[in-house]
Every structure is written in structure tokens, then in C-alpha cells.
Design a protein around this ligand. Structure first.
Ligand code: FMN
Length: 334
């Protein structure tokens, strides 16, 4: 029996940007969610995507590593550019530079837990100082004409889960949507994401802006469950989408009351090649061959006898070699 048709509520919007009844969002991930991969996720139904986080300091120094992250394809819309930083002037300048790249929205990263970032007072460090977070956010909102959203965590640590207050303060100063990763900064990526606290934000009758839940969604069933149980306005998926863009179309299938098939080896090879080709257009062959290596394990997760093929793939040195190995593998592992 197919599952019952998913009952959607209303069209979720960020400012004037129409997303979907139940948006499924690709989480920003450094070194993963570049244009090459985002284009694939879009094709499979992601309703909103973001660039990898971009250092405000890097952007204003015109550092290539940062400026190249501003690039996106028109087909990716709606797209947000995510920036992070600790200094107001740099963030204002970075927001303006990002806005000039003409994305649909600007997102501020208030969730990064990495020591290098928080020790300077950026990312999740803002959760320890709400007045500073308010001041920074206000400044960015004032600097651009685009909607500004934020992505953050539940709080700094277990004793200071302040997201309910943070969400309301952010809404009051004009933030247009909030994505919440259900962990504290202290947790880093450990333990389980706490969706009950995300639900508390959503349950606050004063909250009107969309609240997107994030954390540990690794299959389509879980995404639907999160919406039903926790009432979030959308689900954001990070690691569950790595090498698994099918998760977006699977969620959409469940919403329509349909079932779905898991991608077979031919389909996985097909999409892996698209990823590779997308990447070549942007980064060239050498960088693509090196950087795509980290994705193979995810694209072929769960495929019996993949291990020896993985060894071949990660040592392949050019497109011809990679594609030959993929083709042979598809034949052998049918
Ligand atoms: C490799 C990696 C890179 C990440 N980079 C970013 C980033 O640039 N910006 C950001 O807001 N979050 C970043 N995150 C956090 C994710 O967006 C997401 O919040 C987190 O992985 C939890 O969601 P998940 O369980 O669906 O992966 C990153 C996570 C991973 C695993």
C-alpha cells in the first residue's frame, strides 16, 4: 500500500520568495555544496540552497577562495549566499559584496562551532552574546535590500539553550527565516539532534517567520516525520544529501503519496558523472579529479563489493580513467 498523501499546509515564503508547501532545503556545507553539487540537488527537487559559508574577511580582502564561492548558476535559484565573521564593518562590506552577486537572499552563519571561527567571536560564538548578535544582524539587514536569514544552533551549551529567545529577537529586527541545527555549540556534531527544542521555537505563537529544522535527517521518511511531529516549516538536510541527492526526490514522492525506488548502480554512476562534469566546467580537470574523491564513498554507499572499486577511483588521475572505472564498475556490480 502506498503511504497516504502528505497533507501540506501553506506556501512557505521567505519575504517574497516562494519556496514550496513544505520546503526541503540543502544545508550549506563547506567543500561539499559547491555549484557542481547544488545543481544536481536542484534537479532532484531541493527548494532552497545556500553557498558554502564565506568568510567576510576573506571576501573583503578579495581572497580567491572566498570570492569564487559567490558564483552560482541561474538554475540554482532561489539561492542564498552565506557569510560569517565577527567584525561589523567586515560583515557589512561582505553583505554588500554578496548582494552585488545578485543572490535571492543573504544568510548569516551563527552556527559554526569550529574553534578557529568561534575563538574570534564568529559563528556560534554569537549565541553567547545576544545583544552583539542583534547588533550584527541589524547592521547586515540595513546594508542590503535582500531578505536576510540566519542559520544557528540551539545555544552555546546545555545550560544555555537560548534559541527560543534568539528566534524572537531575530524576527523582531527583521530576519526573514531561521534554520536551526538541533545541537548546541558544545555538542559539535556529537549526540543526537534535539528536535524538541526546535519545536519549541515553532510552538511560540509570536513566531511568524519560517522555522527550518536541521539535524540528522538521513532518509525521506525521517524528513516527513520531522514535519509531522515537530511542525517545522521545512527541513534542511546536510550529510544525508552527500552523495545522495535522490533524498530530495524521494521526499517529494512521499509527499505525493507515492513510493520510491532506491537508485541502482547505473543511476548512481550516471549522477556521479554529472557531478564530475559540472565540476570540470567550473574547476577544471585536475581539481575536479582530486576533489570528487571524497564523494565516491557517499555515492556508492551500501553497494556490495564497492571497496576495491573505490581504491581504483580515488587513485584515478583524469576524466578518462575515472569514467572507464565507473563504467566497468556498473557492469560488474549490476
Ligand atoms: C562537511 C560539513 C561542512 C559544513 N559547512 C557548513 C557551512 O559552511 N555553513 C553552515 O551553516 N553549516 C555548515 N555545516 C553544518 C550543516 O549545514 C548542518 O547544519 C549539519 O551538518 C547538521 O545537519 P545534518 O545532520 O543534516 O548534516 C557543515 C557540516 C558539514 C558536515
Amino acid at each position: 500500500m502506498p503511504p497516504p498523501k502528505f497533507k501540506t499546509t501553506e506556501l512557505i515564503k521567505i519575504g517574497n520568495i516562494e519556496l514550496a508547501d513544505f520546503p526541503v532545503i540543502l544545508a550549506p556545507m563547506e567543500d561539499v555544496t559547491d555549484t557542481a553539487f547544488r545543481l544536481i540537488c536542484k534537479e532532484f527537487g531541493a527548494n532552497l540552497m545556500y553557498t558554502e559559508f564565506i568568510s567576510s574577511e576573506g571576501l573583503i580582502r578579495d581572497a580567491f577562495k572566498s570570492t569564487r564561492k559567490l558564483d552560482f548558476d541561474e538554475a540554482e535559484r532561489p539561492i542564498g549566499i552565506q557569510i560569517f565573521g565577527h567584525q561589523k564593518d567586515s560583515m557589512i562590506a561582505a553583505a554588500k559584496l554578496s548582494s552585488a552577486a545578485n543572490p535571492d537572499l543573504i544568510d548569516i552563519n551563527y552556527g559554526c562551532p569550529v574553534k578557529k571561527v568561534v575563538s574570534k567571536g564568529a559563528g556560534a560564538a554569537f549565541l553567547r552574546d545576544i545583544p552583539r548578535m542583534v547588533e550584527m544582524t541589524r547592521a547586515v539587514i540595513k546594508a542590503v535590500d535582500l531578505p536576510v536569514t540566519i542559520k544557528t544552533r540551539l545555544g552555546w551549551d546545555d545550560d544555555s539553550k537560548n534559541i527560543v529567545e534568539v528566534a524572537k529577537r531575530m524576527q523582531d529586527i527583521g530576519v526573514k527565516a531561521i534554520a536551526i541545527h538541533g545541537r548546541t555549540r558544545s555538542q559539535l556534531y556529537k549526540g543526537e539532534a534535539d528536535w524538541d527544542t526546535i519545536a519549541e521555537v515553532k510552538a511560540n505563537s509570536e513566531i511568524e517567520i519560517p522555522i527550518f529544522g536541521n539535524g540528522d535527517v538521513i532518509n525521506a521518511e525521517q524528513a516527513i516525520e520531522k514535519f509531522k511531529i515537530y511542525g517545522v516549516d521545512g527541513v534542511m538536510i546536510g550529510r544525508g544529501a552527500m552523495g545522495n541527492p535522490w533524498i530530495f526526490s524521494q521526499i517529494k514522492a512521499l509527499m505525493r503519496g507515492e513510493t520510491y525506488n532506491y537508485p541502482d548502480i547505473n543511476e548512481r554512476v550516471r549522477v556521479c558523472k554529472i557531478h564530475y562534469n559540472n565540476s570540470i566546467k567550473i574547476k577544471g580537470e585536475t581539481r575536479t579529479t582530486n576533489e570528487i574523491r571524497k564523494h565516491y564513498g557517499n555515492y556508492f554507499k551500501g553497494i556490495a563489493n564497492f571497496k576495491p572499486w573505490k581504491m581504483k577511483l580515488i587513485t584515478a588521475e583524469n576524466t578518462e580513467e575515472v569514467f572507464n572505472i565507473l563504467d566497468l564498475m556498473a557492469l560488474e556490480l549490476q
